[in-house]
Design a protein around this ligand. Sequence first.
Ligand code: AMP
Length: 396
Amino acid sequence: MLNKKSVDDINVKGKRVLVRCDFNVPLQDGKITDENRLVAALPTIKKLINDGGKVILCSHLGKPKGEPKPELSLAPVAVRLSELLGQEVKFAADNEVVGPNAKAAVEAMQDGEVILLENTRYRKEETKNEDEFSKDLASLADVFVNDAFGTAHRAHCSNVGVTKYVDTAVVGYLMQKEIDFLGNAVNNPERPFVAILGGSKVSSKISVINNLLDKVDTLIIGGGMAYTFAKCQGHEIGTSLVENDYLDYAKEMIEKAKNKGVNLLLPIDTVVAKEFSNDAAFRVVEGDMEADEMGLDIGPKTRELFANALADAKTVVWNGPMGVFEMSNFANGTIAVAKALADIDATTIIGGGDSAAAVNILGFGDKMTHISTGGGASLEFLEGKELPGVVAANDK
Ligand code: AMP
């Protein structure tokens, strides 16, 4: 259990409550295309409204790099959030985020009202965690609540710096839920405990592999990461993704798995093509590829191997797709793993980012126990790192 004060430990009646949410949602032509993060933020917001707080929401959106960018304004989020809450969320348009407009809007608030500030990354101090913006944010609030799990692995003004200048800093329900699910899975899993890693880069998941080998019964590796492992074992991988700087590391991990008695499963067949395109002709290869071929998905035997390894699992954590799931010809590996997870009686936890998107796009979202709202944050948590956004909240 998370040993941090939460919204259940404070009384916000009549107080100004600044809530850091993760409203970093994908937008297309001003429309929100995936609103999971908004829905996930509702329980904390509703609790604070019901308790009679003046609820001031803030978040970043995309990477405006320290200056106002109208296409990255949070205005559309305020509109959709109002609908989801069934109550107006006033948008405090203000290019300084905490400038005259935002201050006046907060000044005029009644108990139980909600406003949303402009994109915190309009301010250049935000991602550098510099005091001036932290103080500005704190000046609006009596109490600070951090519910932005997706940003918890970063130390920025709006989740870490601000806590220096308020008396009370607690976590929200989403933050608690994310840490409880991931923490229980990693530190107290019902066994067999299986982790599945995929995606494109070994280097970004390097410490995760190492840390998970100390915890899991089975580690499954698929996706673009797998070819570095295939190459280090002497296989021809053609033009597949590879990280040559990590060949020794991959060998070490294979050795570590042996020594620990962890069942490390790597692909035994691969769907390959000569071009990175859904229109390219493809075939299934066992063993070595031709020099001009690249691996784009796990093959049918591997799908079966992985599904069998998952059949009796009781806890599963999954981060990273098994192939280029964005292209239908190379989505079958990711679909097979999603299906296997949907069918088993286990706690299934999907790390955020691409794996969450894949599970949702493929229609298995409601079959999973927990889909994390944080890609980078859940990965760093699985690496065993402390998350600065969590550390900064008051201890119980
Ligand atoms: P990551 O951000 O590391 O989780 O990687 C996710 C991305 O990895 C997705 O966009 C996938 O298309 C990509 N990916 C998965 N398998 C492969 C592969 N075999 N070759 C190239 N890209 C891949």
